[in-house]
Write a protein that binds this ligand. Structure first.
Ligand SMILES: N[C@@H](CCC(=O)N[C@@H](CS)C(=O)NCC(=O)O)C(=O)O
Length: 239
């Protein structure tokens, strides 16, 4: 482990796919540069840097992480790179490492991505029926939280968390529970999934995460006028 690594996390000024890494790096005491591309008019700042692959990597998207000389793109690949480079992988058994990778993949693909897509949906798919898509996304996320809860119980996630430092999979799960609640409001009752509610409440990083969000408030996604889009999603679900 190179404790003095120069770390730059480059992402938009949004929570999106990077907020969980910000929580992690801060909470675990890795000094890093939180480089945020402003969400300005017509994404001018982003468009002026997008083709510079030394900044945006081989797929010209964000997040990318710079760890010393290594530029790492792709959210889940960054997760696994940092999990190794931080020394966390060495703290876990092979079976637990697999579980951390599995949980991260599942939370990314089946909670984070559908929720971000829903926020963008009206802009991206013309003629879309928002009430139908909002309902389907909510049902899908709810069902998935029920399944996640059973799996975390079977894996003794909370018990194990008590005996190890907070890791990226924890930060990711906490962040997506927070985002899902912010988007769905009262339509998603976390208390229906007791184990997840308990994790959300008692997660060792919770206070630091909430302070970080309060200290630098930003949108979840890059969608222009996101607050209005979220209000429309909630209203559509109330019908
Ligand atoms: N597969 C990538 C997806 C990255 C991605 O879609 N990033 C979006 C922001 S969340 C982006 O860079 N959009 C700008 C663009 O595509 O021009 C990952 O997992 O990190």
């Amino acid at each position: 482990v190179n404790a003095g690594a120069k770390i730059v996390l480059r992402y938009f000024d949004a929570r999106g796919r990077a907020q969980f890494m910000r929580y992690y790096l801060a909470h675990r005491g890795f000094p890093y540069q939180d480089e945020r591309v402003p969400l300005d008019e017509n994404f001018a700042a982003w468009l002026s840097m997008r083709n510079d692959r030394t900044l945006t990597g081989p797929f010209q998207k964000l997040p990318v992480l710079q760890w010393d000389e290594q530029l790492v793109p792709e959210t889940l690949v960054i997760r696994s790179f940092v999990h190794d480079a931080s020394g966390d992988a060495a703290r876990l058994s092979p079976e637990e490492n697999l579980r951390h990778a599995l949980l991260s993949s599942s939370v990314c693909d089946d909670v984070m991505t559908p929720v971000i897509l829903l926020i963008w949906s009206e802009l991206v798919f013309s003629g879309l029926n928002l009430p139908t898509v909002a309902r389907q996304t909510l049902d899908r996320v709810r069902r998935h939280l029920t399944v996640l809860e059973q799996t975390l119980r079977e894996w003794y996630w909370l018990e194990r968390l008590a005996d190890r430092p907070l890791m990226l999979a924890d930060c990711l799960l906490w962040e997506e529970l927070s985002v899902a609640q912010q988007v769905f409001g009262d339509h998603l009752r976390l208390d229906d999934t007791v184990e997840l509610a308990c994790f959300y409440r008692e997660c060792p990083g919770r206070e630091a995460f909430e302070s970080a969000l309060a200290a630098h408030s930003c949108q979840i996604s890059g969608r222009p006028n996101e607050a209005e889009a979220i209000s429309r999603i909630r209203a559509a679900l109330a019908d």
